[in-house]
Design a protein around this ligand. Structure first.
Ligand code: NAP
Length: 318
């Protein structure tokens, strides 16, 4: 592993999360000193895995910060060269009761709070914001099997509101607010737009599964590629703008097929949720992600790693 981060101090918000945990693991391996923010540093269950990372004992400090409290991130970002802002509610649209308070306020006001702390600091040189493909391609543009979505695409907030895509709306509004604030305050901002993260878990958590699989295509990418894209975007001085991070787009039926081949005894949904023809499969451009040096772990390997990780953590038993 390189030691590109030696003597450098960076901040990662939402340190205990799935993606942030991998960013921190890689930062520590590269020699960085990391100030991670969490809502409750004393919540042993949520932070224990971070203290077990190589280098954590010497170079990881966890600091309390909440997205909804202005000034909450001041002390965490002070003294840091880089800030990786990953904290944001990552939730299923159908489970939200009050989207404004549950996702939109923490995403938008939280991002602005972090950026305000960065603007006040004398040390921050670049901010990497974890956005999402949710802020990229949810609009009225027609997608065909020929379409390659790239970084010039933006989700349409009105479309997201009308279709009740509240998480997508939160990511879209947060990104928009971030670019405006960064421009007005001369902050060097880069936004990373991963699709659905899969791959090994460092933290103890699990997703739900059902009896049927959904009838649509989805983008997939390994969490390790997402983490590396964040760090490369910080380290490569010429990096700029937005970066989509998507390995491939596949229908759930294809995911089930790959899983069945690799794990014949794993219990998987047998039926598709409906028998309508799915929308055409579009793709995402990999060009800009590749310019960060991301080579993309293939989907079948990502899936294998995910299942093995869930089995090891005893979430799956087969
Ligand atoms: P995660 O594991 O649920 O992590 C989310 C983090 O945000 C947690 O640390 C959480 O803290 C923190 N957070 C939420 N509300 C907060 C608040 N009010 N104040 C302080 N912290 C708060 O999700 P993840 O998958 O790693 O997602 C991280 C980022 O990646 C998010 O910005 C998400 O939108 C983006 N993203 C995720 C995916 C994906 O497939 N997972 C894809 C694209 C983009 P608590 O543990 O205390 O709740």
């Amino acid at each position: 592993m390189t030691s590109s981060g030696e003597a450098k101090v960076v901040c990662v918000s939402g340190a205990n999360g799935y993606i942030a945990s991998w960013i921190i693991k890689f930062l520590l391996l590269r020699g960085y000193t990391v100030k991670g923010t969490v809502r409750d540093p004393n919540d042993h269950k949520k932070v224990e895995h971070l203290y077990k990372l190589e280098g954590a004992k010497e170079r990881l400090q966890l600091i309390k910060a909440d997205l909804l409290q202005e000034g909450s991130f001041d002390s965490a970002v002070e003294g840091c060269e880089g800030v990786f802002h990953t904290a944001s509610p990552c939730v299923d649209n159908s489970k939200l009761k009050d989207p404004q308070s549950e996702v939109i306020d923490p995403a938008v006001n939280g991002t602005l709070n972090v950026l305000k702390s960065c603007a006040k600091s004398s040390s921050v040189r670049r901010v990497i914001l974890t956005s999402s493909t949710a802020a990229v391609h949810f609009n009225r543009r027609i997608k065909t099997s020929e379409t390659i979505v790239d970084e010039t695409w933006f989700s349409d907030p009105d479309f997201c509101r009308e279709t009740k895509l509240w998480y997508n709306l939160s990511k879209s509004l947060a990104e928009k607010a971030a670019w405006k604030f960064a421009e007005e305050n001369n902050i060097d901002l880069i936004t990373i737009h991963p699709t659905t993260a899969i791959g090994p878990l460092l933290q103890p958590t699990i997703n739900e599964s059902g009896e049927t699989f959904p009838n649509y295509h989805r983008g997939w990418v390994n969490v390790k590629d997402i983490a590396n894209a964040h760090i490369q975007a910080f380290e490569i001085s010429s990096a700029n703008g937005r970066y989509c991070v998507v390995e491939s787009v596949e229908h759930y039926s294809e995911i089930i097929k790959i899983l069945r081949e690799s794990f014949p005894t794993l219990q998987l949904p047998e039926r598709c949720a409906d028998d309508k023809p799915p929308k055409p499969k579009h793709q995402f451009s990999k060009e800009r992600a590749k310019s960060l040096g991301i080579e993309f772990i293939p989907l079948n390997v990502c899936l294998k790693e995910t299942v093995e990780s869930l089995k090891e953590k005893k979430f799956l038993n087969f």
